[in-house]
Design a protein around this ligand. Structure first.
Ligand SMILES: [Zn+2]
Ligand SMILES: [Zn+2]
Length: 207
């Protein structure tokens, strides 16, 4: 009797062990037809669903973990490619500062970032020496969950999310217009949001 019980518990623990490796380390769900598990790096237990990994990388935007496994340092796939099927449109960032709201068209890349920074300085009358700190409010592509990304390093990720949000709104607007061939309205759709914008005002400014 006793022996049988001992054998049974051993078998259970043996069966449990490999299952731990067959789950996504992010959502803890297993493999399914529409959601296969993939191994993005050399770490043994680092299996993840592609959309889960992309979402996790997005949340690390601007940090090393966005592009490399923090343990084995393998370069991770570009998380933006997980959204290649989603419609995109010209990204627009809503910027709120001191109760004033502006919508600014944005582009990814260092040039786009520089233009955005210059535009913010112009709109809000900030001097060249005013340090700008910011927080982006974005929606995760595909799920629509709201997340916040901190700092200029997250600019490209925020623009990517804004382009997809804009694309989805555009698609929804077009779907609501049943006439085929009708000219699409070029209504501006805001995709991204600059949640907080801090600027340390230069004491000499405004003189
Ligand atoms: Zn997952
Ligand atoms: Zn790894």
């Amino acid at each position: 009797m006793c022996e049988a019980v001992v054998t049974l518990s051993r078998e259970v623990s043996k069966q449990d062990e490999p299952n731990v490796e067959d789950i996504c380390w992010i959502c803890h769900e297993g493999h399914s037809d529409g959601m296969p598990l993939a191994k993005p790096c050399r770490c043994k237990c680092m299996q993840a669903h592609r959309p889960c990994l992309a979402r996790w990388q997005l949340q690390q935007a601007g940090r090393t973990e966005e592009r490399f496994c923090r343990f084995c340092k393998t370069e991770l796939p570009d998380w933006r490619e997980a959204h290649s099927q989603l419609p995109k449109a010209s990204p627009i960032m809503t910027v709120v500062h001191n109760g004033v709201t502006h919508q600014v068209t944005v582009e990814p890349g260092p040039d786009g970032r520089e233009r955005f920074q210059a535009e913010i300085r112009r709109i809000f009358n900030l001097g060249e020496n005013d340090a700008i700190q910011l927080t982006f409010g974005c929606r995760v592509p595909g799920t629509g969950h709201e997340i916040t990304l901190e700092g200029w390093e997250a600019f490209d990720a925020a623009v990517h999310c804004a382009a997809i949000s804009a694309g989805q709104r555009m698609k929804m607007q077009n779907d609501q217009q049943p006439k085929p061939g009708a000219a699409t309205t070029e209504r501006k759709t805001s995709g991204g949001m600059l949640r907080r914008l801090f600027s340390r005002t230069n004491p000499q400014q405004g003189l």
